[in-house]
Ligand binder design. Sequence first.
Ligand code: NAP
Ligand code: HSE
Length: 429
Amino acid sequence: MNTRPTLTLGLAGLGTVGSGLVRLLRENTEELRQRSGCEFRLKTVAVRDASRERDLPAGTRLTTDPAELARDPDIDVVVELMGGVTTAKQLITASLDNGKHVVTANKALLAEDGTDLFRQAGEKKTALLYEASVAGGIPVVQTLKDSLAGNRILSIEGILNGTSNFILSEMTSRGMDFATALRGAQENGYAEADPTLDIDGFDTAHKLVLLVRLAWGLDYPYTSMPVQGIRNLDRMDIDFAREFGYRVKLLGRARLTGEGKVEAGVFPTLVNHTYLLARVGGAFNAIRIEANAVGSLFLHGPGAGSLPTASAVLGDIVSIARRAHLLNSGFVQQVLPPASVQPAAEARSTCYLRFMVKDNPGVLRDLSGALADHGVSIAQAMQKERSENGVPLVLMTHEASAQAVRDAIADMLRADFLLAPAVCYRVMG
Ligand code: NAP
Ligand code: HSE
């Protein structure tokens, strides 16, 4: 006779991740029993379009009303895999209110509007788990929350968006154009329903907000984060970066300054080709964590896709089945204090600069003069053959503040020798 307890699940969303979850519940049944001591029963699944044929376990109901999951007294865990903000928030709020545990992959919601949800989960003593929200299949949430709980975290740097990394990898290694590479990411199920979140850097910013919370127990306001995506990245800069020995990656980076401020942001970044981060290709994600006890740690794995993301969702469900979910934020305070934000203009970094300039005598002098006027020192320079858009002049600077570089470029614009907007990316290593 089966005496195992049953954990009843309600699933909202049966797209890329939801269908991966259903598949894993079916394929890994015996492993799940042995690891959790529970039976998992998928009682109801909410979708938008109930007329489409769905491959669900026998006895699982289909509904178009996600709120049903929150109301059903049989359901122990609501798994939110719809995405979007409004309906997802209503569902999670109602579920927590009714004492249900919630598992979600919805980084946009948690980053932009998560404070109330975590407060509510804390008050209700229910789980609000979100391993799949950051870096798909890589267990970075659990790592920061539990495994590194004995450390002071010093910095986090990561490739956190599979779609952008896929696009950059295809552009770098196969000479593909941006639009074709994006289509490939969409066909593979990596991209968000709205891919501008991926390519404009906002998805990375959502994940970075969650990582800052987990690393330092501070609430970094999403709207304060400096974000630059890869939409306008020119292949020419990928090629110039390679000549200097770098690869271009979209990085989310955060660190705690000596003054206790959080410096965080998302930027296309030139990464020294010898670094592990530079070698992360395709839709893979990677996170480098620097902490005072463990030293430096590198996590690498699939950052998106059906089964890898469902693997993280299922890990959270098993954790609930084992009753191993004590603190949702990883900190005793369920409502985290606001982070003191380091202004983006004060961030210092080595920079890659590309200018398209007129091919006139004195232009190089004026350009380097503008940089010198703001204390920006040049480390390397490269001038290429004239193209139809002018002469590309590429510089690598020594470390400089973002404000100083911005002011120097403003002076150049006033002097009127730039033929196109200046390109400025940060450099790592
Ligand atoms: P998706 O493929 O677009 O699937 C969304 C699912 O939600 C569909 O089944 C859709 O129903 C259902 N849905 C949407 N709005 C609904 C509503 N108002 N009521 C009922 N059902 C609704 O999305 P996904 O890629 O699986 O992503 C789901 C979540 O996981 C998002 O928060 C995303 O950011 C996150 N995530 C995704 C990945 C990834 O690799 N894709 C990785 C990490 C995290 P229909 O089937 O009827 O259209
Ligand atoms: N669209 C996201 C990405 C899915 O490309 O990384 C994983 O969060």
